[in-house]
Design a protein around this ligand. Structure first.
Ligand code: ZN
Length: 61
């Protein structure tokens, strides 16, 4: 049997909501583009988390 290593997105609490963490700015920007295309989400921005060494998406640009 093979073990399938599922990639579980890391999350952290930012204020009152839990947000997905992205290891790099490029990864976050790619995820933002996917969200815009797949869900018709408004333009998403990326920003460096103040609680850790990772990035989050921001719906406020
Ligand atoms: Zn964070």
């Amino acid at each position: 049997m093979r073990t399938i290593s599922a990639k579980i997105p890391k999350k952290c609490w930012v204020g009152e909501q839990q947000k997905v963490c992205y290891a790099t700015r490029e990864e976050a920007e790619a995820a933002a583009l996917v969200a815009e295309h797949d869900y018709g989400a408004p333009k998403l921005g990326v920003y460096k988390c103040e609680y850790g060494d990772h990035w989050h998406l921001s719906s406020h640009g």
